[in-house]
Write a protein that binds this ligand. Structure first.
Ligand SMILES: CC(C)(COP(=O)(O)OP(=O)(O)OC[C@H]1O[C@@H](n2cnc3c(N)ncnc32)[C@H](O)[C@@H]1O)[C@@H](O)C(=O)NCCC(=O)NCCS
Ligand SMILES: Nc1ncnc2c1ncn2[C@@H]1O[C@H](COP(=O)(O)OP(=O)(O)OP(=O)(O)O)[C@@H](O)[C@H]1O
Length: 198
């Protein structure tokens, strides 16, 4: 089994890449954001720690779950708060991922395990993954896609851009680059070639 980490900035198309890879036999995909959200459900250790770390903020929905819009405003506008939350959530996500990768390696039924995360490089997933792939899409295209598909404001997109790595840094750490500036078919053609080359 090979363990591939897929990264790139917000809106680069990582989920679109994973959706395509998930259609292939022998491939299991994992999304770090999804794992994080499960680990942040009310009643979990992460939930309690975040609650205690942000006592002065209303970051909740009526049912007690975190309100992602409110939480995003807090963590993307304050570097210290973002670091505080990362320090709670990311070690828990990484521990979960390491345990799943170990289990899959032992089980031996997969050809590829694929993990998608915006912060693979910052969180040193190169130490766990066999290869890192960078999904490259120009900022203006990502901004347009996110405003159109998710209704993000230009300000929100720019705030998230400035909290993430620059293109050169992603390229330095990744051995495969997928160019997702064009349509989905072109991206899928590059994925097929990269999978063949493993
Ligand atoms: C901050 C939250 C509430 C924002 O939710 P929202 O629905 O507005 O945005 P979404 O989840 O689609 O994330 C937008 C982009 O920001 C990235 N991102 C998420 N958290 C962070 C972070 N702490 N630092 C930098 N980028 C982040 C995402 O990967 C994605 O590229 C949400 O992302 C969250 O709960 N984050 C904590 C989980 C986490 O750390 N995920 C990254 C794991 S590698
Ligand atoms: N090649 C493409 N052509 C047109 N639209 C695309 C293409 N790739 C992705 N998109 C669209 O761009 C938007 C962002 O893509 P996606 O959600 O896959 O990005 P992401 O990198 O997973 O984002 P995040 O960092 O927030 O998880 C989505 O609406 C998606 O459908």
């Amino acid at each position: 089994m090979k363990f591939i980490g897929i990264t790139g900035g917000v809106g680069a198309g990582k989920s679109a890449v994973l959706d395509y890879m998930a259609t292939k036999p022998g491939v299991r995909v994992m999304l770090a954001d999804e794992i994080a959200h499960e680990l942040m459900e009310p009643g979990t250790d992460c939930y309690e720690q975040i609650r205690q770390a942000f006592p002065e903020h209303d970051i909740y929905k009526e049912d007690g779950h975190f309100d992602r819009i409110k939480l995003a405003k807090v963590i993307f506008s304050d570097e210290n708060k973002r670091a505080g939350m990362n320090g709670i959530v990311h070690p828990a996500v990484k521990a979960y991922v390491i345990a799943e990768a170990k289990r899959e390696r032992q089980e031996g039924t997969l050809a590829l395990l694929v993990l998608e995360a915006a912060l693979l490089i910052e969180e040193h997933y190169d130490e766990i993954c066999d290869e890192l792939w960078y999904i490259y899409t120009r900022e203006e295209i990502r901004e347009a896609r996110l405003m159109e598909s998710r209704g993000y404001s230009r300000e929100k997109v720019q705030q998230i851009f400035s909290s993430q790595l620059k293109e050169a840094e992603y390229r330095k750490h990744c051995s495969v680059v997928i160019d997702n500036n064009e349509g989905l078919e072109e991206m899928q053609r590059q994925i097929d070639a990269a999978v063949c080359a493993i």
